[in-house]
Design a protein around this ligand. Structure first.
Ligand code: ADP
Ligand code: MG
Length: 447
């Protein structure tokens, strides 16, 4: 394989979940770079469209980071190569019924993440309800809380709880047939099944071959009518057999954009539980738990300090702890308060100076004499689109807010934010005078 592409894949593996990497990236073949386009061979044209709307930027970024390319490409050109179509049953997860019945437990376990259990989930006021409902589902699936709908922001433990339920069900009943997957993967498999005329097998797997369906990140189905329709029928089939269904989302059912009303009402018919960002005490307990499981020494004052600085999301909390542990290891000294302060300094001032996405949006509106409603509107005239993109860039740059969260802040899809940030980054690199002038003025305004 080409070395640049090999490094690109390594980068992508780090950035994307395994699920997404395997579904969308692995089947691609690299055909070099031509002018400003990266050339790829793809299994069918759906891949091309999908990749262009969802993963173009992340792929191009990874390619640029991999180095060795003179002129960074800005587009992807593709050519369909049907021989790349993934085999129908490459993973145990997609194994035919006969195999499933002979090695059920073994097959199930491959999909669940062994790291996520109830025993290492820290319970606090922010996640108590979702945790209690998950425990109930784990011990008596298909009974009281069906469906169970868990919603909450990024990195707050939805996937963790979902996996814990799966493990619990398997522990009590090792031959339970569990399907755990993201809505994105469901979509992907559905499209492939349609393409390859294997829709009957697809339906058999989801509607008959399943005791517990764990569907992660259902918001991904927004606007995908045909997949929603399929999921609706899957849902009904399982529900009428008293099979348990668990769904997670980043927002509550009524707020999922472009979700069919009848699906929304199905979601609401069971138990709906939210997860909020954890409180200080819970953040400290999570740090403690994580430190213990990783064998990291962490004094209470350091824990308190980290928990005060990193507030919004458990994944970041964990990431910060690991970063500190690596640094301590390299320096051959323990993690102490001084080291924690020094390491977290770059994110602290921005936390102090700029409190929110809202402040940045306001500053940008001020500078361009725009109204907030225009900034968040769908209008694409340059006088509005440019300030909007700039505001997205500044938010990402200063606050490090996640793309989906920024998407919500601007009432746009996260891919829109991603490409805005990318575009402005490019203009800054090109030293575009208008961009630099606006950026400097707004930065000064923000202090
Ligand atoms: P989500 O699916 O909501 O985006 P995840 O379930 O992937 O979030 O959680 C992100 C990370 O934070 C995971 O490593 C998870 O184990 C950890 N985590 C989240 N909440 C808790 C908690 N209450 N106790 C322990 N770990 C947690
Ligand atoms: Mg998740």
């Amino acid at each position: 394989m080409n070395e640049v592409w090999h490094r690109t894949l390594t980068g992508l593996r780090e950035r994307l979940s395994r699920d997404i990497f395997e579904s969308w990236i692995e089947p691609l073949r690299y055909d070099g770079v031509d002018g400003d386009a990266l050339k790829l061979r793809i299994p069918n044209r759906f891949y091309g469209e999908w990749i262009n709307t969802h993963y173009r930027d992340v792929i191009l970024d990874a390619l640029v980071e991999a180095g060795g390319i003179e002129q960074p490409p800005t587009a992807i050109d593709w050519e369909v190569d049907a021989s790349l179509m993934p085999e129908p049953d490459p993973t145990p997860h997609r194994a035919p019924e006969t195999d499933r019945s002979t090695r059920p437990a073994e097959l199930n376990q491959t999909d669940l993440n062994p790291k996520y259990s109830f025993s290492n989930f820290v319970v606090g006021p922010s996640n108590q309800l979702a945790h209690a409902a998950s425990v109930a589902v784990g011990s008596a699936p298909g009974r009281r809380y069906n469906p169970l709908f868990i919603y909450g922001g990024v990195g707050l433990g939805k996937t963790h709880l979902m996996n814990a339920m799966g493990h619990e069900v398997l522990r009590a009943k090792p031959d339970a047939r569990i399907l755990y997957l993201s809505a994105e993967r469901f979509t992907n498999e559905f499209i492939q099944a349609l393409q390859s005329h294997r829709i009957e097998q697809f339906r058999a797997r989801y509607r008959q071959g399943c005791d517990l369906l764990l569907m992660d990140d259902i918001q991904f189905l927004a606007g995908r009518d045909q997949t929603q329709e399929e999921f609706f029928h899957t849902f009904n089939a399982l529900y009428h057999q008293d099979k348990q269904i668990v769904v997670t989302s980043d927002v509550y059912p009524q707020r999922i954009a472009e979700m069919e009303e009848r699906l929304v009402s199905r979601f609401q018919s069971g138990m709906v539980a939210d997860i909020q960002a954890p409180e200080l005490e819970t953040r400290m307990a999570i740090l403690q738990q994580k430190a213990e499981s990783e064998g990291i020494e962490l004094d209470k004052d350091v824990r308190l300090f980290i928990a005060q600085v990193v507030k919004s999301n458990v994944r970041e909390l964990e990431g910060t702890l690991i970063r500190l542990a690596v640094k301590a290891d390299l320096l051959g000294q323990p993690i102490d308060l001084a080291m924690a302060k020094e390491t977290l300094a770059p994110i602290m001032p921005s936390v102090d100076r700029v409190t929110s996405v809202d402040d940045i949006q306001r500053a940008v509106c001020d500078y361009f004499s725009l109204r907030m409603t225009d900034l968040k509107s769908k209008r694409r005239t340059r006088t509005i689109a440019f300030p909007r993109m700039l505001a997205m860039y500044i938010c990402r740059d200063r606050l490090g807010t996640s793309y989906p969260e920024l998407g919500r802040g601007f009432e746009k899809d996260h891919t829109t934010v991603l490409s805005a940030v990318r575009k402005i980054t490019r203009q800054i690199e090109d030293e575009d005078p208008q961009v630099l002038a606006a950026l400097n003025a707004i930065e000064r305004k923000l202090g």
